[in-house]
Write a protein that binds this ligand. Structure first.
Ligand code: NDP
Length: 507
């Protein structure tokens, strides 16, 4: 039995005489309003839940550190990456995306891979996924996309029609759809998956030179995935299997680790690169941009309290440190707004003061004041404006990001980069996947897409066919579709295909 820890009190410190029997008028009588302990206890319980994250609601987290293994100071002036051997405290949170807080860890879904580095220059958040690409490349599409992956407004059920309707009308999603429906869409545990920045970020060095980078956190445990059958079984037998696995591994001293590799391009190389480096639906082929090692992430301490440390953890890609900045990737630009905004809604304007979110190795020194739940001394009696002549903190011009030229006509520009959205998915299917990977991919797609109506099945299968004929043919056969129909649809432009599959009365 654990040790007793003092006397029970109310939230305001007054001793409690009895925590089993409400105050009543007589033995069987109604409860009295003057039982203020009961009122306080119920009222707090009524407010225990904070808004669930709209995405990434179900997650698990752990503390650890990042250690620099190779010198990258030629590329970035970030202090936490400045010296081989330098260690920085980290908090990591892994998650599924679409499900609610109680949903199964084994769901077919991308996995969030969010890291908070408590650097000596403030917190740096790397909010990635276990996939190197994403479904869409414009943030204006994000709320619509997420709606289709969640529950239908009428039935409150997951809905294969809306899921595939949106994806088949958004061909840029194909690459991520492919990874999602491969066995990488159901990682065996959070320890056995990679993490990717997915976005392109900017690094800049002391000389003011810019570089484009993509991060790859490679699991040192090796990639392990579940088959569809294993994932379905686990969802029933132990919906928290990945949460439990992470906790038990760390508790037993089997600390998971990841090796950080980066791909780096100079602005000149990026200009001439085969692929649009600002398009999150594309990877940078390893053969063209070999990844180089930066350091190691190790997770070695479990949270002591899930709500305080994991549920209240708030990651935002807008948290940069000198030496790291945003690229013009449109999806990233949208996320720079949306994550911080979500936390303001979920946790309030002072969420940065919560212990898990505080920049503990570079304390805040700003002029932000007041707001709900201001739980520090609120700047005491110091000045709350700048400039001031009363000793308040001054900006540090020496940390300014070197200037970059940005020019262009304002407008809603449709995506025009000459690459198509089918080459990389085709390469993954034909050049990277094994026979077994391809069998599982086709089986996983057919199992899910069969629940959508025929016209949507055809429109989506034509996209698989465009990327690789064998892939499209096998999905068509699995769904009982007429392959020449699919071939015909695949040969059309997206507009013609949409028109040809816009209506239909088939099941
Ligand atoms: P490479 O052969 O150099 O790299 C292929 C990479 O694909 C591997 O390193 C591995 O990445 C990843 N991979 C292996 N099996 C699977 C799978 N079943 N599902 C998803 N990813 C897998 O080729 P390229 O760099 O030219 O890329 C070819 C294709 O591989 C791309 O079009 C893309 O679809 C996919 N890919 C590429 C990545 C990249 O950053 N270049 C990263 C991931 C996938 P890892 O080592 O990160 O596990």
């Amino acid at each position: 039995m654990s040790e007793k820890k003092g006397k029970l009190t109310t939230a305001f410190g007054s001793p409690v005489d009895d925590d089993q029997n409400s105050k009543t008028a007589g033995e069987r009588g109604p409860v009295l309003m003057q039982d203020t302990h009961l009122m306080e206890k119920l009222a707090h319980f009524d407010r225990e839940r904070i808004p669930e994250r709209v995405v990434h609601a179900k997650g698990a987290g752990a503390h650890g550190y990042f250690e620099v293994l190779e010198d990258v100071s030629d590329y970035t002036r970030a202090d936490f990456l400045s010296e081989v051997g330098k260690r920085t405290d980290v908090f990591a949170r892994f998650s599924t995306v679409g499900g609610e807080r109680g949903s199964a860890d084994s769901a077919r879904d991308p996995r969030g891979f969010a890291l908070k580095f408590y650097t000596e220059e403030g917190n740096y958040d790397m909010v990635g996924n276990n996939t190197p690409v994403f479904f869409i490349r414009d943030p204006l599409k994000f709320p619509d996309f997420i709606h289709t992956q969640k529950r239908a407004p009428g039935t409150n059920l997951k809905d294969a029609d809306m899921f595939w309707d949106f994806l088949s009308l958004t061909p840029e999603s194909l690459h991520q759809v492919e990874i999602l429906f491969s066995d990488r869409g159901t990682p065996a545990t959070y320890r056995h998956m990679n993490g990717y920045s997915s976005h392109t970020y900017v690094w800049y060095n002391e000389k003011g030179e810019h570089f484009y980078v993509q991060y790859h956190f490679k699991t040192d445990q090796g990639i392990k995935n579940l088959t569809r059958e294993e994932a379905t079984r686990l969802a029933g037998e132990n919906p928290d299997h990945a949460t439990e696995d992470l906790y038990r591994a760390i508790e037993s001293g089997d600390y998971p680790s990841w090796t950080l590799e980066v791909q780096v391009l100079t602005p000149e190389q990026a200009e001439d690169f085969t692929w649009d480096i600002l398009d999150i639906t594309k990877v940078w082929p390893h053969g063209e941009v070999p990844p180089r090692t930066v350091g190691r992430l190790v997770l070695n301490r479990n949270p002591e309290n899930y709500f305080a440390e994991v549920e209240q953890a708030a990651f935002a890609p807008s948290n940069f440190v000198p030496g790291i900045a945003a690229s013009a990737d449109k999806m990233l630009q949208g996320r720079l707004f949306s994550y911080h905004d979500t936390h303001l809604h979920r946790l309030g304007p002072n969420y940065h003061l919560l212990p898990i979110n505080r920049p503990k190795n570079a304390p805040e020194n700003s002029y932000q004041r007041d707001g709900f739940m201001r739980l520090d001394s609120n700047g005491k009696d110091g000045p709350n404006y700048w400039p001031n002549s009363f000793g308040g903190p001054d900006p540090s011009p020496e940390v300014a990001e070197p200037q970059q030229k940005i020019m262009g006509m304002s407008g809603r520009h449709p995506y025009k980069f000459p690459n198509d959205d089918f080459v990389q998915p085709g390469n993954l299917y034909s050049k990277v996947m094994t026979d077994e990977d391809r069998d599982h991919l086709v089986g996983n797609i057919v199992d899910h897409l069969q629940d959508a109506c025929k016209r949507i099945q055809k429109r989506q299968t034509a996209l698989f066919y465009k990327a690789n004929k064998e892939w499209g043919t096998r999905v068509a056969e699995g769904l009982g579709l007429h392959v020449p129909d699919i071939e015909r649809l695949a040969a059309m432009s997206q507009e013609q295909r949409e028109e040809a599959t816009a209506r239909g009365t088939e099941e």
